[in-house]
Design a protein around this ligand. Structure first.
Ligand SMILES: [Zn+2]
Length: 510
């Protein structure tokens, strides 16, 4: 578990610290053709939102504090956020925001947001009527080398380094801003001291000291070393993990995640319970005004999800009497996604099972089968499209702003938390899939990964089960039938039984 977390953190840090490789690419937008700034990373091409806006004279608003770029078209406003895979499109008429997830997070270089070119084309296409296409191969640009500037300001006139420290529900975040640009940064953790070194910074920083009395940090002290500055971050409270992201050549964000024990509600009622697999949360997808997918033979997703969820719950009550079942809904009611996560967290759930049905518009025969999803940035195109469909429920909710807050460091902290449950989620997903393969009369399409809000909200291992395609005649008949629903519920029950044994054994060993 720990090794996994370290690797994960390393990947996160590497993700944003790599040097940019600028290009230009010719874009045809409507009738116009322009060369637009782009950046290449790991074989993918990313388009500069700022440059696109200026070349095609699209209204553009950039927020320095939130690192968000908005493009304002006549039909809608589209918003991209740095280091974040979510896109928000707000139609001018209805003002209802819809949230989508891109396969690759937007990049952030030099106070500009870069969006992966295929996603950019797709979502710009969704937001307005003009066609966007790429008409040429990207051409590399020789950028003038960024020189370290020496400010003429005497050191007494302003501090060369500033700190902005704030608290989140699951950790602390420190933003470090420097007066002049720094080259690279290094960091090391020894005991309770995290040392961060910025190369090529200028200005006299010796003696700067800052103390804090909340969260994970106790104090910071700054000293000059040859060719740069060194900051010693003294931590007080213990933490599970930390992560450092370079926002720009003048700014870093350091996130510390609280020790899980410190936030786990089950801890309040005694240490022992943490090792006990005692609460399962069943989340029948959709409900009320949100009917979910509709398919052949008047198959309505919300009804099937609830029927299977209730069957699963009563089976758990019967065969695992020491495990409490908590439902996010037990009737045909609308429950917001964030509330589902809260219900699960408040109940001290040890496992979260979200039940859904799949659908593909206009295809009665293929595709078909079950899928089990884990929370992780989407990988395949299909997984992304399903995440879009399931996440689109947000537009029904009263305050979609809540979800926009899931960005930057918040998103990092949430992902970090989930990394520690991943082993368990993977195990459970595998068990569900094995049981589906053995017991169901419909195909298994295997275990997949995508980013679902409902899984982000629940701070516990969890999966989202797609029980079959309502758009496929055979699947729809099966998941509508009493026999099919019982077989699905009992397959999940058997997975829960096996998972309980695994969970308690692992927890005792850790
Ligand atoms: Zn669904």
């Amino acid at each position: 578990m720990k090794q996994f977390l370290i690797l994960f953190l390393f990947l996160l840090a590497a993700d944003y610290a790599l040097p940019q490789n600028y290009q230009t690419v010719e874009i045809k937008f409507g009738l116009e053709k322009k060369s637009v700034r782009a950046a290449e990373r790991r074989g993918a091409l990313y388009i500069s939102v700022r440059d696109f806006a200026s070349k095609f004279k699209v209204g553009h608003y950039y927020s320095t504090t939130n690192k968000k770029s908005e493009l304002k078209f006549k039909e809608a406003v589209i918003k991209f956020t740095a280091k974040n895979p979510f896109v928000v499109i707000t139609q001018t008429g209805t003002k209802v925001p819809a949230v989508y997830q891109m396969p690759l997070s937007a990049l952030f270089y030099d106070e500009d947001i870069f969006v992966e070119s295929e996603s950019f084309r797709k979502y710009i296409g969704k937001a307005q009527l003009k066609m966007l296409s790429y008409t040429g191969k990207p051409v590399p640009v020789q950028e003038p080398e960024v020189k370290t500037t020496t400010t003429g300001t005497p050191p007494s006139a302003g501090s060369p380094v500033r700190f902005n420290y704030s608290q989140r529900a699951n950790g602390s975040v420190l933003r470090i801003g420097t007066e002049s640009e720094f080259g690279s940064f290094r960091h090391s953790l020894k005991g309770k001291v995290l040392t961060i070194t910025l190369d090529k910074t200028t200005g006299i920083s010796q003696g700067i000291r800052q103390s804090y009395n909340d969260g994970i940090l106790d104090s910071i002290s700054v000293s000059n070393i040859s060719g740069g500055i060194q900051m010693r971050l003294q931590t007080g409270k213990s933490f599970d993990a930390y992560d450092i992201i370079k926002n720009s050549n003048k700014s870093l964000t350091v996130s510390f995640r609280k020790k899980e024990d410190a936030v786990s509600p089950s801890d309040l009622s005694g240490k022992k319970e943490k090792w006990k697999f005692d609460v399962v949360v069943i989340d029948p997808g959709h409900g009320g005004k949100d009917i979910g997918a509709t398919g052949v033979g008047r198959t309505i997703e919300k009804e099937i999800n609830l029927a299977i969820g209730l069957k699963l719950g009563s089976m758990i009550n019967k065969y695992l009497p020491d495990v409490k079942v908590v439902y996010t809904r037990k009737t045909d009611t609308f429950v917001e996604l964030h509330k589902r996560g809260k219900i699960a967290n408040d109940a001290g759930g040890k496992l979260f099972i979200s039940i859904h049905c799949n659908s593909v518009a206009g295809k009665k025969r293929a595709p078909n089968g079950t899928e089990v999803y884990l929370l992780r940035p989407g990988k395949t195109q299909d997984a992304i499209e399903i995440a879009e469909i399931e996440n689109s429920v947000i537009s029904y909710e009263e305050d979609p702003k809540k979800y926009k807050e899931l960005n930057d460091e918040n998103f990092i902290l949430v992902s970090m938390a989930h990394a520690s449950y991943m082993k368990y989620s993977e195990k459970f997903a595998e068990l569900v899939d094995i049981n589906f393969r053995n017991k169901l009369e419909i195909n298994s399409r295997g275990v997949k990964q995508a980013g679902f809000y409902v899984l982000v909200g629940a701070a516990m291992p969890g999966v989202l089960v797609e029980t079959g395609f309502v758009s496929n005649e055979r699947d729809a008949a099966y998941i509508r039938s009493e026999r099919g629903q019982n077989a699905i519920a009992s397959s999940i029950l058997d997975a829960v039984k096996a998972f309980k044994v695994y969970y308690e054994k692992q927890m005792k060993e850790e």
